[in-house]
Design a binder for this molecule. Sequence first.
Ligand code: MRU
Length: 326
Amino acid sequence: MKVNGRHYRTVWLAGSTVYLIEQNLLPFEFKIHEAKTYQETCRAIRTMLVRGAGAIGAAAGFAMAQAFLAKADTAKAKKEIAATRPTAQNLFYAVERVYNSRAPAAEALRIADEDAESCRKIGELGNSLIKSGMNIETHCNAGWLAFVDHGTALSPIYAANNGGKKVFVYVDETRPRGQGARLTAWELKNENVPHAIIADNAGAFLMSRGKVDLMIVGADRIARNGDVANKIGTLEKALAAKEYGIPFYVAAPSSTFDKNCQSGKDIPIEKRSQDEVLYQTGPTKHGKMEEILVCSPGSKAFNPAFDVTPAKYITGIITEKGIVKS
Ligand code: MRU
């Protein structure tokens, strides 16, 4: 995707340094972070400086390659990288591939290229589901920033928009971290796609009033039976979409499928810090990033980061190889 006229990938490797777009600063500041060691890349994944299934997959593959390039204890490094975040399958897929390769850096670069190409194809295939004039709802950020390039749920929307179809996107804000309100909205604005951010609780109402023609979301892990783990809040949208007869599609590359998970019950769900619910971060009037308390002082919060949508609520899964009916 282009930012200020220049094409960027979300994450890339040059020499033994990993370069990452600092997603925690977006949409307020666009900055590239340099991670010079595998431990620094692990920190970037853990703190969500880089986030989104494909992007953390590529970053994890690069981290594994960094460990080989530095002649570190690679078995130990593999464990550390795998412990950064538990839900996105792409992370484990990339670490395994690079660890078992005879040319780790080349393999990590190949994984990143494959991710970008799969997402481009998902855009091409998913575009066939979009008719001009459609209102589309999406949850979280499954766009360019969540992958190496193009994205998954947003890729068909970009393809449709670039091809001259009229589309309008309702962007779920996606509390607590606001990946929709901050990242998806920023991406859509950069790509000149008409859109509106909606509060997370507004989706079912819009669906009930016929305002949503199609829902497309991403995925962090897909079980053998077609159950899908995605950002917390996805399940409620799927239930509402079913009730109102709205097609509910998941877009994901094959690297997100986990043949070792029989069903959604086997997918590990990340629990994140309560501070993500209790506090919000943003710039003050003077541009300084600050955290402010937005909940009742002293109350505790519970923060599961993902939920699982059973296959029966999913109309189909858009992959780089084709659209699979659920
Ligand atoms: O916690 P995040 O921001 O890394 O969440 C992962 C996601 O980006 C979403 O669940 C997304 O919808 C899946 S597609 C990458």
